[in-house]
Write a protein that binds this ligand. Structure first.
Ligand code: NAP
Length: 336
C-alpha cells in the first residue's frame, strides 16, 4: 500500500514539474538565454513608436531599439525632453527620429495629431509604455480631486493603449508582421490596496494584451504584456537597485529578449515572475490594520496556529510580508 501511494505521489510531482516548471523555465529563462531572440525586431518595419519615451523604462526602450538600428518615433509630454533624447540617440546610434509632444491625460484630439504626423511611416513596433500612478498610496474615497484623477488615469493608462493599437495595428495586419508591447505592472498579480485604480487599470492592459495576442497570432503579430516588478525610475521613486529593483536598462534588455517567448512577463527578477501570481489579495489584508487589530485577529491557540497557519499557505504569507517590507523600506513609500 505504502509503495502504491508513494508511486502515485512521485508520478504527481513528476507531472507537475513537466507540466508547469519546465515550460516556465523555457519561456522565461532557458529559451531567451539559449536560443537568443525569437523575433528579429528590425525586420518588423522601419519605425518603432514608444510612448512615454523621455524617461525611465520608455527611454530605455528608445535607446535599446535605436541600438538595433530602428528609427524611432518618440511620444511624450515635454517638448524640451523629447528634443534632448532625440538628439542624443541620433548622435549615438545614427537613426532617424521623429518627436510628437502630447499629453495622454488630455482628450481624444491627440490621436488625430499622432495619426497625421505618422501617416507616411511604417510602424512595425509599438511600445505602449506611458502610464501614471498615485502620488502616494491612498484610500479610494480619500483620493484628492478624485473624479478628475479617475479620468486622467483612465485616459493615460487605458485609453492610450486602445487608441494607439487602433492606430497602428491595422498597418501591421496589412503587412502581416509587427510587435506590440504593452507595459502593465506587477500589480496585475499583486494585491493593489491603496493603489486600487492604478492596479485595476494595469489589469485591463494585461487582459486586453492577452486577448489581442491570441487574435493576431495567426497574422504574424506578436503582442506582449510586460508586468514590471520594481524598476528604479521617477514614477516608482526607487532610486537604488537591489535584489528586486533593477535599472530601466537592465529591465528593457531582459524584456526585449523575451519578445515572442512569454506573452506575460515581469521579466526581472525572474523569480518574481514565478512567485507573484501565487500571492493572494487577502494575504495583504492585515497590512492595513492597526497593531491592535492585528493582535486581535491573529491571537490564536498553538493548535489553531498549526491547523490554520501551516494548512493555509504560509509560504504565500511569508512572501507577502517580505514584499511589503521591501515596499515600505522605499523612501517615498510609493507602491509601484
Ligand atoms: N518603474 C516601475 O517600477 C514600474 C513598475 C510597474 C509598471 N511600470 C509602468 O511602466 C511604465 C513607465 O513607467 P516609468 O517608471 O518608466 O515612468 P517614468 O520614469 O516616470 O517615465 C514616464 C514617461 O512617460 C511620460 N509621461 C508621463 N505622463 C505622461 C502624459 N500624461 N502624457 C505623455 N507622456 C507622459 C514622461 O514624460 P515627461 O518626462 O515629459 O513627464 C516620461 O517620459 C508606466 O506605464 C508604469 O505604470 C513601472
Amino acid at each position: 500500500m505504502y509503495d502504491y501511494v508513494s508511486g502515485i505521489c512521485t508520478l504527481a510531482v513528476a507531472f507537475l514539474v513537466l507540466w508547469q516548471v519546465v515550460p516556465w523555465l523555457y519561456l522565461n529563462l532557458l529559451g531567451p538565454k539559449l536560443f537568443g531572440p525569437k523575433i528579429r525586431l528590425k525586420e518588423m518595419g522601419q519605425w518603432a513608436l514608444v510612448t512615454g519615451a523621455t524617461d525611465g523604462i520608455g527611454k530605455a526602450f528608445v535607446k535599446a531599439l535605436a541600438k538595433k538600428g530602428i528609427n524611432l518615433i518618440l511620444v511624450s509630454r515635454s517638448l524640451a525632453k523629447l528634443k534632448d533624447v532625440s538628439k542624443d540617440i541620433q548622435n549615438k546610434f545614427n537613426v532617424q527620429t521623429k518627436i510628437i509632444a502630447v499629453d495622454f491625460t488630455s482628450g481624444p484630439e491627440i490621436y488625430d495629431a499622432i495619426e497625421k504626423q505618422t501617416a507616411d511611416l511604417e510602424v512595425g513596433i509599438l511600445v505602449n509604455n506611458v502610464g501614471m500612478s498615485y502620488a502616494n498610496p491612498e484610500y479610494f474615497s480619500a483620493l484628492p480631486d478624485r473624479l478628475k484623477f479617475f479620468d486622467r488615469m483612465m485616459a493615460c493608462n487605458v485609453t492610450s493603449v486602445l487608441r494607439m493599437c487602433g492606430l497602428f495595428l491595422p498597418g501591421m495586419v496589412k503587412r502581416r508582421k509587427g510587435v506590440v508591447i504593452n507595459v502593465a505592472s506587477i500589480y496585475v498579480y499583486l494585491p493593489g490596496p491603496l493603489i486600487s485604480v492604478y492596479a485595476a487599470s494595469k489589469a485591463f492592459v494585461a487582459k486586453f494584451s492577452d486577448a489581442l495576442a491570441t487574435e493576431y497570432a495567426g497574422h504574424g503579430i506578436t503582442v506582449q504584456s510586460l508586468e514590471p516588478g520594481f524598476v528604479a525610475t521617477k514614477l516608482s521613486k526607487f532610486s537604488r537597485t537591489n535584489m528586486v529593483v533593477c535599472t530601466p536598462e537592465t529591465y528593457v534588455t531582459s524584456a526585449l529578449a523575451m519578445v515572442g517567448f512569454a506573452r506575460h512577463s515581469t521579466d526581472f527578477p525572474f523569480l518574481m515572475n514565478f512567485l507573484c501570481p501565487k500571492i493572494r489579495s487577502d494575504d495583504f489584508d492585515d497590512l492595513l490594520l492597526s497593531p491592535r487589530q492585528v493582535q486581535a485577529r491573529f491571537h490564536i491557540s498553538p493548535r489553531g496556529f498549526i491547523v490554520n497557519k501551516l494548512a493555509q499557505a504560509s509560504i504565500r504569507r511569508l512572501l507577502s510580508v517580505l514584499l511589503a517590507k521591501e515596499l515600505n523600506s522605499n523612501e517615498g513609500c510609493h507602491w509601484d
